[in-house]
Design a protein around this ligand. Structure first.
Ligand SMILES: Cc1cc2nc3c(=O)[nH]c(=O)nc-3n(C[C@H](O)[C@H](O)[C@H](O)COP(=O)(O)OP(=O)(O)OC[C@H]3O[C@@H](n4cnc5c(N)ncnc54)[C@H](O)[C@@H]3O)c2cc1C
Length: 325
């Protein structure tokens, strides 16, 4: 029995969430005392498999077939089904991508299971995993256990596990060529969905200064902007700020915005709702400024300042300017 992580690639390039799924898989493996294997599905995936083989894994599976060149739900389901029958894992872990949402539920039913999707956390209870997922658009958290005889199927939400926590090692690569039948693939692949180009790439920023409803009015935003400029960072925001049109949508961090993991994330007047946290909790250092000492943001902050942002932010900006000369 093992944990099997099915990674995702497009045109020979990793989907960045794959590494978060691998990180989750390694953590589940350590908690359950099970070896971890990983797979990559496609055509000509040898190089990606070799890269995967530099991670702490018991085995890497390169699932190769000409009919897997482009993603189709039928092709990927059949290929993953063959792989799972060969590996017989206890748990199959995916990144919660658009592609996984498309084919993994169908794959799970082939093993009389359901996909436990959008998982944000996990804990062990009497030796078996309990997964935490959001319910009712994030208003509640639900605990889910996998039951039945088949393997469990889990997809992990963006930002819930950290890609940079993937452990390095060395693993053998095995190639599997599944028996696929072109006539059984009903979909015709088209150019994959691409998000529109963004003027701001928050995912590449080392420092992010993020502002929430505590700023009260659009005319106060300059205070936070000045701090971002002084620090050489990007300006970001919680959803209400972008919904109000005070900042562009592309600056929104969270479950319906961008997922970021900068070196420093400064949350100013942000309460720390789960939908915001999932987008930034992978940041290396989190600084929170909030007048409410009980705000949930302080639970994940490395440094917290309890106080009025209108006093603290201008003073911080001055101090940064002095320190940077
Ligand atoms: C399906 C769905 C998707 C969502 N997606 C996202 C998303 O992607 N990103 C996101 O951010 N949210 C998202 N949300 C919204 C989320 O639930 C919260 O409503 C939102 O994050 C709250 O934003 P906020 O922290 O700025 O505001 P609030 O929760 O109102 O918090 C404001 C904070 O400012 C503090 N404050 C007030 N005045 C001061 C002051 N003078 N000095 C210091 N602190 C002060 C308060 O103590 C408070 O903690 C989503 C919600 C749903 C249902």
């Amino acid at each position: 029995m093992s944990i099997l992580v099915i990674m995702e690639q497009q045109d020979g390039k990793w989907h960045r969430m794959s590494w978060e799924a691998l990180s989750a898989g390694q953590q589940f493996g350590a908690a359950l005392g099970l070896p971890v294997e990983a797979a990559i599905v496609g055509q000509g995936v040898g190089e990606l498999a070799a890269e995967l083989a530099t991670k702490k894994l018991a085995k890497v599976h390169a699932v190769e077939h000409d009919l897997l060149k482009d993603y189709t739900a039928d092709g990927y389901t059949a290929a993953a089904e063959a792989l799972i029958k060969k590996v017989n894992p206890k748990l199959v872990v995916f990144p919660h991508t658009y592609q996984v949402r498309d084919f993994a539920p169908k794959l799970a039913t082939r093993f009389s299971q359901v996909l436990v999707s959008d998982v944000i956390g996990a804990r062990m209870d009497s030796g078996s995993p309990v997964f935490v997922r959001l319910l009712f658009q994030g208003k509640l958290n639900g605990d889910v256990r996998v039951s039945g005889n088949g393997p469990g199927f889990v997809s992990v939400q963006a930002g819930a596990w950290r890609a940079d926590m993937v452990e390095a090692g060395s693993a053998p690569v095995e190639t599997l060529t599944p028996a696929l039948d072109a006539s059984a693939i009903r979909q015709k692949p088209e150019a994959p969905f691409r998000e529109s180009a963004r003027a701001v790439d928050l995912t590449a920023a080392d420092i992010i200064v993020s502002v929430g409803r505590g700023i009260k009015e659009q005319s106060n935003l300059h205070l936070v902007e000045e701090l971002a400029n002084a620090m050489g960072g990007e300006l970001a925001a919680s959803r209400p700020i972008c919904d109000s049109g005070w900042l562009a949508m592309e600056r929104q961090v969270g479950s319906s915005g961008q997922t970021v993991s900068p070196k420093v994330y400064i949350a100013i007047g942000i309460s720390g709702a789960i939908q915001h946290l999932v987008g930034m909790k992978g940041s290396k250092a989190i600084v929170a400024i909030n007048k409410d000492a009980n705000a949930p943001i302080f639970e994940i902050a490395d440094y917290g300042i309890v106080g009025d942002l209108f006093e603290i932010v201008p003073a911080l900006t001055e101090a940064v300017k002095v320190a940077r000369g």
